[in-house]
Design a protein around this ligand. Structure first.
Ligand code: NAI
Ligand code: MG
Length: 503
């Protein structure tokens, strides 16, 4: 496997606007002010394609988090935000969407540099997805109403409900889709009238820190959104355990999700969790392979598999097994590997040396126990954190490679026969996760019958990794609590109050 990597001249690849942002100081955004961490400490941002340091960001601690939470509390209770109606909040969200749309190219490039993901992807998904969610939630901000309830208690009453903002919301996001996930979590909270403290992941904070500028320019009052960069174990844990935070929205590993629940218990803050997955894909013998081959390959190789919903296990009917496997192996071998800022790149590096080593560790263990790789199976030599797109066949269903979330470009393939669909359903569901799944078939009723049997928050038919601002997204089992997007996301950030009057 050869990687056509260039020695990147970053300034050229980034263009003048994104370069200027990269070389300007990166600071926390608290109470409408740009601030260094109180300790003055910083930590490095690296380019995952080269391992080179490209910037430094504030290393914030619990004192910085305290300032940010206090600022969000003031904005919630005393500031102009508290007096704004839904239409005014919606206008601010819409203005932010417009500003982001004007800067699509800059944000897409910065995100590609910071995450290592292809700029082709950040342009196609992250920016439109962020803008679309802001616009969608801008629409909801005028439609968050209660209802009147006909009660049967003796006497005459007027009973009704109202929805109030839940309060100060902490948003903790991972490194794979930093800007888009931050916006997907913040937009419904802001539509509902909450205020926010956002902590991006330590590996990829550049776009979210820069988003502060657009939030200020859009006209959000000071303190409505605060952005603090720092490590999970310190700044993140301080947010999760903070007594003055009313709700937390966490996206990341299931292991840390469990810690968030424990930390939230102190003041019983409301918890939203979007965690890991080991999402199955089932290909029936009547699948349209022209659609299924690129669909399945993209489900695992998009973002080098660093997607919570990545299709990481595929069950293929034996009648089409060889054709499907040949197709996805060819797809994998044709992926252009390179620096994320190169327009032609379709597979960038993993986000960090740690993540590359983690994925390589799973593959080495699988190789040691005799797993056969149809393609790939190891890191790519050279600088940067590149990993070969990997397809493992007939993997032992008890193996770590098959059971655990790898978060890399690694697909496990298994075949099944005519009388084995019940076994396939059982195997697809035999996981601690239940986030996403897909079924590939041209048979309408087979598709919907199977969809009912899969234990996952989203089941896609003839597509995978489907997201839309209106479409509830989230997990069963240990994949999380709650649903992002659609009205369920708004509900999550509101308290329902019942009011009753004796007439
Ligand atoms: P992580 O879950 O540790 O990090 C996600 C976010 O949580 C980051 O912002 C981090 O700073 C923060 N965090 C970490 N520990 C915290 C704590 N104790 N309290 C509060 N916040 C905390 O994920 P990590 O270590 O970056 O990746 C490890 C593995 O987790 C990956 O290989 C992957 O399998 C999984 N993962 C899954 C994601 C998903 O969306 N399903 C996203 C990121 C990672
Ligand atoms: Mg971690």
């Amino acid at each position: 496997m050869t990687a056509s990597r260039m020695e990147p001249d970053l300034a050229t690849l980034l263009g003048p606007d994104a370069s200027a942002i990269l070389s300007a100081p990166h600071r926390n955004f608290i109470d409408g002010q740009w601030r260094d961490s109180l300790s003055g400490e910083t930590f490095p941002v690296t380019d995952p394609a080269t391992g080179q340091e490209i910037a430094r960001i504030p290393l914030s601690g619990s004192a910085d988090v305290d300032l940010a939470v206090a600022s969000a509390r003031r904005a919630l209770q005393d500031g102009p935000w508290a007096r704004m109606n839904g239409a005014e909040r919606g206008r601010l969200l819409w203005r932010l969407a417009d500003l982001l749309a004007q800067q699509t190219d800059v944000f897409a490039r910065l995100e590609a540099l910071d995450t290592g993901r292809p700029v082709f992807e950040t342009r196609l998904v992250d920016l439109p997805g962020s803008i679309g969610m802001l616009e969608y939630m801008a629409g909801w901000s005028t439609k968050i109403n209660g209802e009147s309830i006909p009660v049967s208690a003796p006497g005459t009453f007027h009973a009704y409900t109202e929805r109030e903002p839940v309060g100060v919301v902490a948003v903790i996001v991972p490194w794979n889709y930093p800007l888009e996930l931050a916006i997907w979590r913040m937009a419904p909270a802001l539509a509902a009238g909450c205020t926010v403290v956002l902590k991006p992941a330590e590996q990829t904070a550049l776009t979210t820190l820069h988003l502060g500028r657009l939030i200020a320019e859009a006209g959000f009052p000071s303190g409505v959104v605060n952005i603090v960069s720092g490590e999970g174990e310190t700044a993140g844990a301080a947010l999760a355990g903070h007594g003055d935070v009313n709700a937390i929205s966490f996206t990341g590993s299931t292991q840390v999700g469990r810690e968030i629940i424990r930390a939230a218990a102190g003041n019983m803050k409301r918890v939203f969790l979007e965690l890991g997955g080991k999402s199955p894909m089932i290909v029936l013998d009547d699948a349209d392979l022209e659609q299924a081959v690129p669909g399945i390959a993209s489900a695992i190789f998009f973002s080098a598999g660093q997607v919570c919903t990545a299709g990481s296990r595929v069950f293929v009917h034996e009648r089409i097994y060889d054709r499907l496997l040949d197709g996805i192996v060819a797809f994998a071998r044709n992926l252009e590997i390179g620096h994320g800022l190169n327009d032609a790149t379709r597979l960038g590096p993993l986000v960090s040396a740690e993540q590359r080593d983690r994925v390589a560790g799973y593959l080495a263990e699988a190789a040691r126990t005799g797993t056969h790789f149809a393609t790939g199976g190891a890191p790519v030599d050279g600088p940067g954190y590149f990993m070969q797109p990997t397809i493992a066949v007939d993997v032992d269903p008890q193996a770590a490679l098959y059971r655990e979330e790898i978060f890399g470009p690694v697909l496990c393939v298994r075949r099944f026969g005519d009388d084995q669909i019940d076994d396939v359903v059982r195997m697809a569901n035999d996981t601690i996760y239940g986030l996403h799944a897909s079924i590939w078939t041209t048979g309408l009723s087979r598709a919907h019958t199977l969809a009912r049997r899969i234990k996952a928050g989203n089941v896609c038919i003839n597509t995978h990794n489907f997201f839309d601002p209106a479409f509830p997204m989230g997990g069963f089992k240990q994949s999380g609590w709650g649903r992002a997007a659609g009205f369920p996301a708004i509900e999550h950030y509101t308290e329902l109050k019942g009011i009753v009057a004796r007439l």
